[in-house]
Design a protein around this ligand. Structure first.
Ligand code: SF4
Length: 613
């Protein structure tokens, strides 16, 4: 390292290090020392780090005090507009994270704009000589700003070694584009010094390099950063007009060798910044250095025999979510059975089927959502992982009368046999019911019902046999199958099962369905008499069987009991009874009979009632 003046004269980068107990004052002094531009009338974006939602001054997010010092500086210098913002990881509300970090309050007090970068449209930038990507979408707000200041927290990072001002700009990527750098498919260059993510950040820095870096080292994070480590007070702010130089100095202060943070090395080399030519002030700045515990050295101190994680090429964002889950939620499961969590893009069905209580974590696992309970998110939210394991899936089944049911989650609504008009039991009107998918067992009016009209109104895809599908007008999206076959659906899978009944369509057969819905299995028998095929359904491990008990046109209560004995579902719901006098039955008597003779719980739902699956 050379002296400050010497390096300034020689054209090297200058870095200001400020130490003190007043973080706002530190930030003010630091930016004053490095900002040589006339900012009068300019639009300045302070790109903070609120990727995760957490309390102020905990090392998770940029300190509101540092933000306050920077706002004061730019306002005093006559900036035309100061904006403070970030976009959080997928699944976290950006404004809520800014609020929790205390930044929203500072902005209100200082009368500057606090923004969620995701609230703006996309802005595409081509990456010159991109190593891992050719283009990146950013928040369009970047194009509206004359000066961008990267204001990260000084943190360790499980995958990149550290997260500082260069990596902080990943938060300027537009919405889900952020996950792009976690799903890189190109091979790293020969003789690579880092992993794909490091080269992805190198590409990012080529098109989104901040004008200034002000690294918040007041309360930092060590160990399992960027979200699972303990806080560490340093009372520092590090600033530079050459962001990677600030990162290099911060790494020295953290006691982390450059080899452990390849993306900083790559960016520094790319910009011709040599650590030995950096001028840092004050001359004794290394006096403030204090070695950070690295992620590789950190101990999670979590002992939970009941959680097994199968990492099938999951990226760092999923890892961070799983670490958070283990840290804050795993204790709730420690005395229960083993739960096997699958995450990543290389999951295979055989392993899921062989696992003890499998759960699918993250959108990469979505393709198998019919095979096990699924927690969506990219990355998934730790508290939602816990809910999924607890069986709080949010999946409901509602009885709408006769043979009509609605299976729903936050995302999907599967409507089966929507006979609502002229149905004396109907719990909703056809123009009120929501549906993303409609399943029709056969063409009789009390099953086909209002399916076409609802499909036209909602755009729902209809699942039906080839013959029944012909009953739908042109323009309705139809997915056809035949008995024994199954077709994939966004929520899981639909299998067509045998039913002994007329189809109401020339040449066609009536059917039932096994619906795999977000890890739950529902069997809708359709209109049918008792058939031996039902014995095959035992292997399906049906969660809920919807069984007709009305007699005359379908099974009566006695055969319906024999059906339950064959299927062995966890629960059964009676249907297709009491709509009209010819199919009058006592469902409570059937419940008593079934529960006396089997392990199946019978749930009698009145039309409109629902239960959690
Ligand atoms: S689902 Fe998980 S592993 Fe897949 S890209 Fe998203 S965060 Fe990464």
């Amino acid at each position: 390292m050379r002296g400050t003046e010497e390096t300034r004269d020689g054209g090297g980068a200058f870095v200001k290090v400020v130490h003190g107990s007043d973080a706002a004052e530190n930030a003010y002094c630091a930016i004053s020392a490095v900002c040589a531009r006339n900012v009068r009338g300019m639009r300045v974006l302070l790109k903070v780090n609120t990727g995760f939602k957490g309390p102020a001054r905990s090392g998770l997010c940029t300190s509101p005090d540092v933000v306050s010092g920077l706002i004061r500086y730019f306002k005093e210098q006559g900036a035309g507009r100061v904006l403070v913002g970030d976009s959080s990881i997928v699944g976290v509300d950006g404004m809520e994270a800014l609020d929790a970090a205390g930044i929203l309050e500072v902005c209100r007090r200082e009368d500057v704009e606090c923004v969620d970068l995701n609230a703006y449209g996309p802005l595409e930038r081509r990456v010159p000589d991109g190593v891992m990507v050719d283009s990146i979408l950013f928040s369009a707000l970047l194009a509206e700003c004359d000066i961008v200041v990267s204001v990260p927290v000084m943190k360790t990072h499980m995958y990149t070694g550290a997260s500082l001002s260069i990596k902080n700009m990943k938060g300027a990527m537009w919405r889900r584009e952020k996950t792009k750098l976690h799903r890189l498919h190109r091979p790293v260059p020969e003789g690579a010094v880092g992993r794909a993510l490091d080269y992805g950040i190198l590409d990012l820095a080529k098109v989104c390099y901040p004008d200034y870096a002000v690294i918040d080292g007041s309360v930092c994070m060590e160990g399992f950063g960027p979200s699972g480590g303990p806080s560490k007070s340093m009372d520092l702010v590090v600033a530079s007009a050459e962001a990677v130089a600030a990162d290099l100095v911060a790494l020295r202060l953290m006691g982390i060798p450059l080899e452990e943070v390849p993306h900083v090395r790559l960016v520094a080399e790319g910009r011709g910044i040599d650590y030995n030519r950096i001028a840092a002030d004050p001359p004794d700045w290394m006096h403030y250095a204090d070695r950070f515990v690295r992620a590789s050295e950190a101990r999670l101190d979590i002992s939970c025999d009941a959680i097994e994680i199968v990492d099938e090429s999951a990226c760092s964002a999923c890892h961070a979510a799983l670490v958070q889950f283990l840290r804050y939620h795993a204790r709730k499961f420690e005395h229960g059975p083993v739960h096997t969590l699958f995450a990543g893009r290389d999951i295979c069905l055989e392993r899921i089927n062989a696992a003890e209580r499998p759960f699918l974590i993250g959108n990469c696992a979505a393709a198998f959502r019919g095979a096990a309970p699924f927690c969506k998110g990219c990355p998934p939210i730790p508290s939602e992982i816990a809910k999924t394991l607890k069986g709080e899936s949010g999946v409901k089944i509602q009885y709408l009368g006769h043979a009509c049911f609605l299976i729903s989650s936050k995302e999907y609504s599967v409507l089966i046999d929507p006979f609502l008009t002229d149905n004396p039991q109907a719990a909703v009107k056809p123009d009120e019911v929501r549906a993303t998918h409609i399943l029709v067992t056969h063409g009789h009016g009390d099953h086909l019902g209002d399916a076409a009209q609802i499909a036209q109104r909602t755009g729902a895809t209809v699942y039906a046999t080839v013959e029944t599908a012909k009953l739908f007008p042109e323009g309705v999206s139809v997915e056809v199958g035949q008995i024994g076959g199954s077709v994939p659906a966004e929520f899981g899978r639909v299998k067509f099962t045998a039913a002994a009944h007329g189809s109401g369509v020339g040449g066609g057969l009536a059917c039932g369905f096994v619906v795999e819905f977000e890890g739950k299995k529902v069997y809708h028998a359709g209109d049918t008499g008792l058939i031996m095929d039902m014995a095959l359904l035992e292997e399906e491990s049906v969660d809920v069987a919807l069984i007709p008990i009305g007699d005359k046109f379908t099974m009566g209560p006695k055969d319906a009991l024999r059906a339950v004995k064959m299927i062995k579902p966890k629960k059964a719901i009676p249907m297709h009874y009491n709509t009209w006098p010819p199919i009058a039955q006592d469902p409570q008597q059937w419940k008593r009979d079934v529960e006396a003779a089997t392990d199946t719980e019978v749930v009698v739902l009145a039309a409109g009632e629902w239960m959690e699956l």
